[in-house]
Design a protein around this ligand. Structure first.
Ligand SMILES: *Cc1c(COP(=O)(O)O)cnc(C)c1O
Length: 253
């Protein structure tokens, strides 16, 4: 009798971070729904859109919670910050993406660390990654970050350099070129991003018609928290989402 009373009042077992897991799972469910709607409206398959959860500035608790919430692909924008997180969460089997600018002196480290590098912006960087990947027997997937903005954006390859990168990629044995990435200048109105996304699609199509292997152009990484639906409508296969999953960043980068 006493036993069953005790059982009735015993609290549910809870892990300390289960609240965070629940919040993240809820955010991802909402994002999934919005991706689904945007994809269907454009006649696309929602399953062709991968969420890359950008965890920059957030700590291990958030990364573990993201994995428990079912996220498989996480993104960081700095090699040094990512290194520590990747080492300390190795048991989670996360696919890590580098979404931020890659300095050439960090190429060696990045080649063995990330499954995807979204920010290849020069032939020189491609060559460094290929060498490092060969040495480390790694096979990272690479995207070429294109700079299409009228106003000069900070990083990204101009269209001529994008072409050269795809030419040189023919000689690469370790790295795998998979498509294009875009980080357009900020606009408050997501509708104003549509033009940029269309330009990236047009560049992809032009490269295809110039004979670049379709397998090297199968991905478009475009769209962030405030504009991912427009990006999905225009053909994104990867959306890089931070704030809408993890909340506002306290540190700024
Ligand atoms: C931070 C970052 C994102 C995510 O931005 P949110 O607005 O928080 O979704 C996406 N891409 C890159 C390159 C970033 O640095």
């Amino acid at each position: 009798m006493a036993d069953s009373d005790e059982a009735a009042t015993r609290p549910e077992p809870r892990s300390p971070d289960s609240g965070l897991v629940r919040v993240i799972r809820q955010h991802v469910a909402e994002i999934d729904q919005r991706i689904e709607r945007a994809a269907r409206a454009a006649g696309r398959n929602p399953a062709a859109v991968q969420i890359v959860a950008v965890s920059k500035t957030f700590g291990l608790e958030h990364i573990r919670a993201a994995a428990l919430a079912g996220l498989t692909d996480l993104g960081e924008n700095r090699v040094q910050e990512a290194l520590q997180k990747i080492e300390q969460t190795a048991e989670l089997k996360i696919r890590w993406h580098l979404v931020g600018h890659l300095q050439s002196n960090k190429a060696r480290k990045a080649a063995g660390l990330f499954a995807w590098i979204h920010s290849v912006d020069s032939v020189d960087l491609l060559r460094r990654l290929e060498l490092a990947a060969m040495e480390q027997q790694a096979t990272p997937n690479l995207l070429v970050q294109a700079d299409l903005a009228d106003e000069a954006t900070k990083y990204g390859a101009a269209v001529d350099e994008v072409r050269r990168i795809f030419e040189v990629a023919h000689t690469c044995r370790a790295v795998r070129l998979r498509g294009l990435m875009l980080l357009p200048p900020w606009r408050d109105d997501p509708e104003e991003m549509r033009l940029y996304f269309r330009q990236l699609v047009a560049l992809r199509d032009a490269l295809r018609s110039e004979g670049v292997d379709a397998a090297k152009l199968s991905h478009l990484s475009m769209g962030m928290s405030h504009d991912f639906e427009v990006a999905v409508e225009e053909g994104a296969t990867m959306v890089r989402i931070g704030t809408a999953i993890f909340g506002q960043r306290v540190l700024s980068h």
